[in-house]
Design a protein around this ligand. Structure first.
Ligand code: HEM
Length: 184
């Protein structure tokens, strides 16, 4: 069975207050006051809609057994009551990335860039979800979602700084950082 679709809708309603939308690379997204995050098949609310993004969770592509074990041991799920901060970061990688073979992508992703190795240092403080949308939307390939406590905002900034300095990130051609605050 296909995995559940997830939809982000920016406009004038939703549980998340949009604090900032910042284009780290490439074109930004229009500004909006609030963001909702729901199943893709949930009814759409009325009112002004600035933009929407949709994708689905999927199987792992690059994670190896031992990494998976460590992730499962260390990570915590979404929806923690004190995770009042979140970030939605839609990302697109360039044609050079997609032209590579699977083993070449894995080499850049982990052997050279240590994406998982770096990320593990930020668990369990940062909770995460990877959503795929490459096959249904040419604006982005991934919608990445993170939740954390307000006092861990600096930690999250450090994580972004570390990942963006890697070889993997030289293949990112569009990245928009949307910072959110839980305010239902
Ligand atoms: C919180 C720490 C993090 C951990 C533990 C982590 C872990 C992972 C893992 C295990 C994968 C591979 C999934 C697979 O095997 O298919 C992955 C993929 C990915 N992560 Fe992270 N990550 C973290 C933070 C981030 C951040 C902050 C961003 C964005 C700014 C990000 C963006 C991505 C993207 C775009 C992919 C897909 C890469 C691709 O398939 O080409 N991750 N992450």
């Amino acid at each position: 069975m296909a995995s559940a679709g997830i939809r982000f809708l920016a406009g004038d309603s939703g549980d998340w207050h949009i604090k900032d939308i910042n284009a780290y690379r490439g074109e930004s997204l229009p500004s909006a006051a609030r963001l909702s995050r729901s199943r893709a098949d949930a009814p759409m609310h009325d009112g002004h809609r600035a933009w929407s993004l949709q994708g689905f969770t999927s199987n792992l592509r690059y994670t190896e057994r031992d990494e998976l074990r460590r992730l499962r041991e260390q990570q915590e799920g979404l929806g923690r009551i004190d995770s009042l901060c979140a970030a939605l970061i839609p990302i697109r990688k360039n044609e050079a990335w997609w032209a590579l073979a699977q083993d070449e992508r894995r080499a850049i992703f982990e052997s050279h860039s240590r994406h998982i190795g770096i990320g593990l240092n930020y668990l369990p403080e940062i909770a995460r979800q990877l959503i795929h949308c490459r096959d249904i939307d040419d604006r982005f390939d991934f919608l990445t979602w993170f939740e954390f406590k307000p006092e861990h905002a600096d930690l999250f900034d450090r994580l972004l700084e570390q990942l963006r300095a890697t070889e993997e990130w030289t293949f990112v051609d569009r990245e928009v950082e949307i910072r959110l605050e839980f305010a239902p």
